[in-house]
Structures are given as structure tokens and as C-alpha cells.
Design a protein around this ligand. Sequence first.
Ligand code: FES
Length: 108
Amino acid sequence: MALTGNWVRVAAIDEIAAGSALGVTVGDLNLAIYHLDDGRVFCTDNICTHAFALLTDGWMEGTTIECPLHAGQFDVCTGKGLGAPIEEDLKSFPVRVEGGEIMVEIAN
Ligand code: FES
């Protein structure tokens, strides 16, 4: 993956159908990239904060992703947990799309 400062290219927008999510790894990070129906793109940690499950193995509808393990839900735009059993929000990462390439800012 090409590194530009703290911005990392994670995928091409064409790799993620609108209304779906893609799991990627950047170093030790497991990230979920969300491509909303309205074209916006967001990124959060992909590992559920409740126990160990990859959110991209779950179900996305609108701006909500549902964990496949215990059905906890998060807002993909903010990482905010949306009720039990989730007690901790997901970390979210800034995203920009340039020339069809999705870039995520990873803090050092
Ligand atoms: S591991 Fe995700 S809701 Fe339990």
C-alpha cells in the first residue's frame, strides 16, 4: 500500500459496491471501509468492541452495521455504538476519495 504522510490508500472505490463494506488491514489495524448508497465513504475499526468479530462479516443497512456475533449495532459514520450489548464506540478514521482511490488517515 502506498503511504503519503499518514494517509494510506486502502482500496479503489470500485472495489466496494454502494451499500456495502470491505475489510482491509493496514499494519496491525483491521479496518472496515463503508461505501454508502449516497456515495459517502467512512472508515472505522473492523473489530467489534464487545467481543471478537469482524463487522464486515455482519450486515450493513443504510448507515448501520450489525455485528454477526451478538447483533450489536454501530453507526458507520461516527463509530458510535447503538445500544446493548455495545458499551464502547468504534474508533473512526478520516477518509478521503481521490481519483477513485480511498485514502484513510492513520495516526502515528
Ligand atoms: S462481538 Fe459484536 S456484538 Fe458481541
